[in-house]
Design a protein. Structure first.
Length: 373
């Protein structure tokens, strides 16, 4: 058969459509009356006359990226818990494979930050005065805050950085921010081992209070997940958000008591500022962890001993001097507390609950929009 004869015997489609030689539709359009297609040797029906979206709804089909109900969404996330854990573990292993020191950088990075902060704030600016065992105080604050800081930065661009995966596979998008928080949690657990060794070497005793660091870490992780979901959506919709976030986190670091003791700030007026600083979530989780690991913090925190204005004044005058005795450093316990330390756990639970509920709902609302060009 000649090429001209083959061309004339091919089925033609109306409009702008057409068919390939194997009988499959190759362009939009509707087949002419009496023309049919075969797919794999099976006769195929004509395309519907109504819009395909209406046709899909009429036959019970739904968009692949549709937002499911919250209960269904949570069950989908739970079924993918193994994927999130495996993904986080693989990312952690691969993160430093090209570096000569490998996984040691997970520990060296916060330690180097501590060394810089200790040199600047402890040695040069003398912020350490009035704080017993300042090295353990500082390293605990840096490690705890770094967990939150890294979790927020990594989740802020997780959607935009995972567009090929999102467009290729169908899964609840919240699995990605959750996986990245798990990555930071795994690094935090490794850092806690180093922190425990340093705290013991600094002279702090091993007590039953150390067990309180576990619920403090759990609450902080829940808080990180909630805010991580929130910043993941913001980062996917606001291109400049990931550029602004590091500056916001740096400001948060300076006001969260990482480098100094908020409870012992000497503000004669506007004492409500101290209360606001103490009750911000980052400061709360740092304080709870410090009180769990550091006996020096439990015994020197304002309000931990009977109120005594004379001893408190001794601490304010002599406790900040380089030659202050150990007793004078602990006299801060006789000063009045601004925020009630007995309520810190309630505030920490409240922050975690608000963050996880609000963050999850905020992220879930835009589930169908993630991955769009």
């Amino acid at each position: 058969m000649s090429d001209e004869t083959k061309r004339r015997t091919r089925p033609q489609a109306a409009g702008r459509g057409g068919t390939r030689e194997d009988g499959r539709l190759s362009a939009p359009g509707k087949l002419q009356q009496g023309i049919s297609l075969t797919v794999g040797g099976v006769l195929a029906a004509e395309l519907p006359a109504e819009p395909l979206a209406d046709y899909a709804v009429a036959h019970g089909l739904r968009p692949a990226a549709a937002r499911p109900q919250i209960g269904v969404y949570l069950r989908q996330l739970w079924r993918r818990r193994s994927f999130m854990l495996a993904f986080a573990t693989a990312r952690n292993i691969a993160m430093y494979t090209e570096a000569r020191l490998g996984q040691l950088w997970q520990i060296l990075t916060p330690l180097l930050n501590v060394a810089v902060y200790f040199l600047i704030f402890g040695v040069l600016l003398h912020v350490s005065r009035g704080v017993p065992n300042y090295l353990a105080f500082l390293i605990t604050g840096v490690f705890v805050f770094t967990f939150t800081q890294r979790a927020f930065i990594s989740t802020s661009n997780v959607i935009t950085g995972s567009l090929p995966l999102i467009r290729a596979l169908q899964f609840p998008r919240a699995a990605l921010p959750l996986a990245y928080v798990i990555i930071e949690l795994q690094q935090m657990l490794l850092s806690l081992l180093v922190l425990a060794i340093i705290v013991l070497l600094s002279g702090e005793p091993l007590t039953w209070f150390w067990l309180l660091a576990i619920p403090a870490l759990v609450l902080q992780t829940i808080f990180n997940v909630g805010v991580g979901l929130l910043v993941a959506r913001l980062g996917s919709q606001v291109n400049d958000f990931s550029q602004l976030l590091p500056f916001l986190l740096r400001t948060w670091l300076y006001v969260s008591g990482v480098l100094f003791s908020i409870a012992t700030l000497d503000l004669r007026t506007h004492r409500w500022i101290i209360a606001v600083l103490e009750l911000n979530p980052a400061a709360l989780y740092i304080t709870l962890t410090r009180n769990a690991l550091l006996q020096s913090q439990r015994l020197s925190a304002p309000g931990s001993a009977p109120l005594n204005h004379q001893l408190c004044q001794v601490w304010r005058t002599a406790g900040h001097h380089p030659d202050a005795t150990k007793a004078q450093l602990y006299d801060s316990a006789h000063c009045a507390s601004v925020a009630n330390p007995d309520h810190f756990w309630y505030y920490a639970i409240g922050w975690a609950a608000v963050a996880i509920v609000a963050g999850f709902y905020f992220f879930w609302r835009a589930e169908a929009k993630y991955g769009r060009g």
